[in-house]
Structure formats: structure tokens, C-alpha cells
Ligand binder design. Structure first.
Ligand code: UFG
Length: 323
């Protein structure tokens, strides 16, 4: 069976993809430095606890495990932190990805699935945003993702790599069996913070900005269920191995919910009320991000099956109360 190496496989999205790969019978190897991921999240495969900075060690893993394809999730992901500490993001995301790509080149592995982000678009002119939109990130986090995409494009042009950059919109929810879930040490995401407020672990939920040019003044996002996103990775992988062309693809459902709508749904699903405070805008937040997903449906025949905010909140809530 196909061998797949996953970096960041102990993190939130990586671990859900590892679970799906394991269930489908793929042979899984994982590299994770456990800086934000956790061992408990790793349900399948062999784990090497390593930092991608350690190129020689990564190279020996590649030579030992001999994967046909690499899925690269490892990286720093908090937009606000990237504004305050850009160098951490350029080092962890861009620097370490270059290290990984160098090791791959030496080990002659050339199929690569990259965890990109809708943050590459910045404030898009067209909504839903298509992949052809100009990349104009408005924060260092988005910059790092755009830079890596550019590097991959150049490498593909030079015939050194085949890649798919998956541009994630707002990933949410937990594995339906409740075995794994969002495992962030730093909880910054809206749904998770709202759940913490519902649970009483936060005294209130703050809305970051109510003066955006949207219907209710709060930001709109395209929330996508983590297992639908996981499925997109498996399809992208198989597509590349079948000789598919390198490209970037949006991963979203093509519709959005405002911050207020998300909060109402969290209250409804959890059957708990909590205090909501209207605060100032958070730096680096675009008003509206919604994916045009025509391309991924066409190219990968991706058919999302959990397009339900209720379901995402429900699975995340079940995970939250269990842990
Ligand atoms: N928000 C609040 N209060 C909170 C938390 C968030 O009002 O306590 C708001 C944010 O300001 C934003 C929206 O809720 O308008 C969603 O925020 P998240 O932090 O949940 O998600 P982001 O849209 O900022 O970021 C996510 C990923 C990024 C990715 C981006 C691309 O975390 O990695 O989507 O769309 F870059």
C-alpha cells in the first residue's frame, strides 16, 4: 500500500488526515516536533519526533521510510501572533519548508501536498474568491503561505516537484467518533472560544469588530468540516500520483457565516447562553472570506458531505466536554 509521510501529523488537521489515511489502509509515517501537537492525537502510523530544521535527520527518515508522497501540515498558524512575531513565522513556515524540500530533493521524493490558506488572498476583490485572484496577503502568516506556494510553483516549473497547494478556509469540527479533535494549546479560533464561553471556561466571548462592511457588521467566514478537508487531501494525493498537474485549490464550501451567526448557532447547539461583548477589530482580519470551490470539485471530484455549521459545532462541542 502507498506510503505517505505527514509532517505536523500530531496537530489538529494533520491528525484528522492521518486517521483517514489509516482507516483507508495507507502506510503512514509522521514527523512532528510536538511543539503544538500531541501524542494522543496520533491514531495511526509511525511517529518521528523531529524538528524540520534538522535536515539531516529528516533526510534519514525519508530514506528509511521511502514515502511516495508528502503531506506538509507542520507550521505556525496564529494570524495575530504572526503580526507580533513575524520572524517566528518566516523561520517556522518558510525556512523549515525549504529545509524539507531540500531533504525531499536529496531523497528523490517529488509528490507534495501543501497546507496553504485562504489567508494568501488578503482582502479579495471578488467573493467567492477564485484561485486566479491575486495573492495579496495582509499579515505575515498569509505571506509565508504565499511565499511557499511561489517556491513550489518555481520547483514544479523546473520539473523538480509535483504539488497541490490546498488553500484552507476556516476549518472546524472534530472527528465524528470523538477520538480526536481540535487540540490547540492556544485557543484563538472563534468556534472554539465560543465553546469555551459556553462551558464557562471564558467569562465572555468578545466579537472582534462590529463595523465591518457586512450585513451585521461582523466578519464572514467559510467554515469547512475537518473530515471533508481530510478527504480533499486523499483525493489530491491520488490525483498527483496519477500524473495530475500541479496547482493550488481552494478548500471551502462556497458560503459564509458571520461571527454573530456562529455565536447564535453555538448557543443553540450547546443549549447554553453566555455573555458576548462587542470589541474592537483584531489586526489582520479580512472582512469576508468565501471560497469559490468550482475548481476542486472539477479537478478532484471532491464532494463535501458535511456542509453543516451545526454538525461542525456539535462534534467540536462533544470533543470539548469530553476533554
Ligand atoms: N473572532 C471573534 N472573537 C473571537 C475569535 C474570533 O470575533 O474570540 C472573529 C475573528 O475576528 C474573525 C472570525 O471570528 O473575524 C474568525 O476568526 P478565527 O480566528 O476563527 O479564524 P480566522 O478567520 O482568523 O483564521 C482562519 C485560520 C487561519 C487562516 C484563515 C483564513 O485560523 O489559519 O482562517 O481564512 F489563515
Amino acid at each position: 500500500m502507498l506510503k505517505v509521510l505527514v509532517t505536523g501529523g500530531a496537530g489538529y488537521i494533520g491528525s484528522h488526515v492521518v486517521k483517514l489515511l489509516g482507516e483507508r489502509g495507507y502506510q503512514v509515517g509522521i514527523i512532528d516536533n510536538l511543539s503544538s501537537g500531541s501524542l494522543k492525537q496520533v491514531l495511526y502510523g509511525k511517529l518521528w519526533v523531529l524538528d524540520l530544521k534538522e535536515r539531516e535527520k529528516v533526510l534519514s527518515v525519508l530514506k528509511e521510510f521511502k514515502p511516495e508522497v508528502l503531506l506538509h501540515f507542520a507550521g505556525s498558524i496564529v494570524v495575530e501572533e504572526s503580526v507580533k512575531d513575524p520572524l517566528k513565522y518566516y523561520e517556522n513556515n518558510v525556512g523549515n519548508t525549504i529545509e524539507l524540500l531540500c531533504a525531499m530533493k536529496e531523497a528523490k521524493i517529488n509528490n507534495f501536498i501543501f497546507s496553504s490558506s485562504a489567508a494568501v488572498y488578503g482582502i479579495p476583490e471578488i467573493i467567492p474568491v477564485p484561485e486566479t485572484a491575486e495573492l495579496r496577503p495582509i499579515n505575515p502568516y498569509g505571506q509565508t503561505k504565499a511565499m511557499i506556494e511561489k517556491i513550489l510553483e518555481d520547483l514544479a516549473q523546473a520539473g523538480e516537484i509535483n504539488y497541490i497547494s490546498l488553500r484552507y478556509f476556516n476549518v472546524a469540527g472534530a472527528d465524528r467518533e470523538g477520538k480526536i479533535g481540535p487540540n490547540y494549546r492556544q485557543v484563538t479560533h472563534l468556534i472554539l472560544r465560543a465553546l469555551k464561553a459556553a462551558k464557562g471556561e471564558l467569562p465572555f466571548l468578545e466579537i472582534y469588530g462590529t463595523d465591518y462592511p457586512t450585513s451585521d457588521g461582523t466578519c464572514i467566514r467559510d467554515y469547512i468540516y475537518v473530515m471533508d478537508l481530510a478527504e480533499a487531501h486523499l483525493l489530491a494525493m491520488e490525483y498527483l500520483l496519477d500524473g495530475g498537474k500541479s496547482m493550488a485549490l481552494n478548500c471551502g464550501y462556497g458560503r459564509g457565516f458571520s461571527v454573530r451567526e456562529v455565536i447564535e448557532e453555538v448557543k443553540r447547539v450547546t443549549k447554553r447562553d453566555f455573555k458576548v461583548v462587542e470589541g474592537r477589530r483584531r489586526p489582520g482580519d479580512p472582512p469576508i472570506l468565501i471560497a469559490d470551490n468550482t475548481k476542486i470539485k472539477e479537478i478532484l471530484n471532491w464532494r463535501p458531505t458535511y456542509d453543516s455549521l451545526e454538525y461542525m459545532i456539535k462534534t467540536a462541542w462533544e470533543w470539548e466536554i469530553k476533554n
